[in-house]
Design a protein around this ligand. Structure first.
Ligand SMILES: *Cc1c(COP(=O)(O)O)cnc(C)c1O
Length: 503
């Protein structure tokens, strides 16, 4: 299997190359030159295998330049049962006879980003060895909350790597901040930025594109790299759980053989739902891909109108990991819808850059609508959904997953559909504790309570365990206290790695 750029498909690279490189130098994203297909025998063979063994069988189809031993080693380190609160790693829960929930938050940081960020560092480390990379890799991350912590946990103590996370001092929840400022590991740096997420993101981009600084880093033995969701090494692990969930649903008789089903994904950067699309291309009998957004509903509008228009107001919501106006991974879907025409993708991406907007042709839009349906929920819908699902089923949804549930209900109403559905649950409700409790019982439930008291309240109301990693935050020492002005982010990195005249 070779990989090509969505903006120039004449270059062909292997997977180790593109995992190290992250993004193509023409600005495009790397995609496989063909999606491997699997059949029912291949699937049936995996029924009695655990998540790790399933992962290995799927990854060998995509990472053909890695040996089976290399893949095996990466997977065993990533999905170590000791790091996950469920032996199934990604369990499927049957909520009703026609709604199953795929819980992707049993990893160390309680959000679905762990599914990819536990594996990516090992794929990268192995790629460094395969390619004989001499320098250490320095991962730079700007985070709005979930990615930073998941990347820290994934890269901590991985030999030959260092990770620097910038988070907005006024932009993450108390729990998220504590998760990061108490981070352990010998190669981790957590720095607050006075500003919002955009400031942190802009600062990181500036460091990546500053040639002189990159050259200085290289001279000192470091190469900068990124762990954000445009890296193929983050996308490919996400395909695994859709295949695994399908096998589990068949095994539990939640689905009949060959019965098609809908998948609902709470969406931000379009990575998770794109992985479901690839699983469908591989042969998983998914009918509709339902794209759930919050009030930042640019994707809902895009799917219904064929016009992607980012000239709009940005809202802060209670599902912050979906607060996004430019969904980078959409470019990979466009590449498929535009029949792998790299010139046409470049044209649309150029329109987006210069006008903040692009438009599909009638035929292209038709293809999009055949596969996808988009809907959204505002904060009030989200809280109401948390409340009603809790009262009906004694099951607690986090705000992101609640957006998905609301949109699933809207979809069924709109199309009169009764297909079975798989709802992807992207975070533990304990991670967004305050809004979850407000949803369930109103403001009174949280008045004058600190985060740790709130965790206890939810545990006793729902009869579910508090994730150990969140419970322990209370007693952990805050070790990362450095804060920087947004103008000084590069200087901060220079200081850490002794670059540019210091010493
Ligand atoms: C990142 C995230 C999302 C959005 O996923 P994308 O792959 O960016 O679409 C949804 N929910 C949670 C909890 C997240 O952390």
């Amino acid at each position: 299997m070779v990989y090509e750029s969505t903006r120039d498909n004449t270059k062909k690279l292997n997977s180790a190359d593109i995992i190290l490189q992250g993004i193509s130098d023409d600005g495009g994203l790397f995609v496989p030159s063909a999606i491997p297909e699997i059949d029912s025998n291949f699937l049936l063979d995996m029924v009695n295998l655990d998540y790790r063994e399933r992962a290995k069988r799927i990854l060998v189809l995509f990472l053909t330049d890695y040996t089976e031993e290399e893949i095996s080693r990466c997977v065993d380190s990533a999905y170590d049962p000791q790091k996950f609160s469920s032996d199934s790693i990604a369990p499927v829960i049957q909520l009703t006879h026609d709604i199953s929930i795929l819980e992707l938050w049993h990893g160390p940081t309680c959000a679905f980003k762990d599914m990819a960020l536990q594996l990516l560092p090992h794929l990268m480390r192995t790629a460094m060895d395969k390619k004989g990379i001499e320098e250490d890799v320095v991962i730079l991350v700007a985070t709005s909350g979930d990615t930073g912590k998941a990347a820290l946990e994934g890269f901590k103590d991985v030999e030959g790597t260092h990770i620097v996370v910038f988070y907005p001092l006024s932009g993450v929840s108390r729990i998220q901040e504590l998760q990061m400022t108490t981070q352990e590991g010998s190669n981790v740096y957590v720095l607050g930025v006075a500003g919002n997420f955009d400031d942190a993101q802009t600062g990181v981009k500036r460091i990546f594109t500053h040639r002189e600084f990159n050259a200085d880093m290289k001279k000192a033995g470091y190469r900068l790299s990124s762990a954000n969701s445009i890296n193929w090494g983050r996308l490919v692990p996400q395909i695994i759980y859709y295949v695994s969930a399908y096998i589990d649903m068949i095994d539990a008789q939640a689905l009949a053989n060959d019965e098609t089903f809908d998948v609902v994904v709470p969406t931000g950067n379009f990575g998770n739902i794109l992985a479901a699309y690839y699983a469908k291309q591989m042969g998983i009998p998914i009918d509709r891909l339902i794209c759930a957004s919050n009030r930042n509903n640019i994707l809902t509008d895009f799917i219904s109108s064929g016009i992607y228009d980012s000239n709009r107001k940005f809202y802060k919501t209670i599902s912050p990991s979906m607060d996004i106006l430019i969904s980078s991974n959409l470019e990979r879907l466009l590449y498929e819808i535009l029949e792998r025409n790299d010139g046409a993708v470049s044209y649309l991406m150029d329109e987006l850059k210069t006008k903040g907007k692009y438009e599909l042709t009638y035929e292209q839009h038709k293809k999009l609508k055949e596969q996808f349906w988009g809907g959204y929920a505002d904060d009030r819908d989200t809280l109401n959904t948390i409340k009603s699902i809790y009262h009906q089923f004694n099951y607690v949804l986090d705000p992101h997953t609640a957006v998905g549930m609301k949109v699933l209900c809207d979809y069924r109403e709109a199309v009169g559909g009764h297909k079975k559905a798989l709802l992807v649950s992207t975070a533990s409700p304990y991670k967004f504790i305050e809004d979850v409790l407000i949803g369930i019982g109103g403001e009174e439930l949280v008045r004058n309570k600190d985060e740790f008291e709130m965790l206890e309240i939810l545990a006793s109301m729902s009869n579910t365990p508090i994730p150990e990693s969140l419970r322990q935050l209370k007693n952990k020492e805050v070790v990362h206290t450095q804060a920087y002005a947004k103008e000084n982010m590069e200087e901060a990195v220079a200081q850490i790695f002794n670059i540019g005249g210091v010493e």
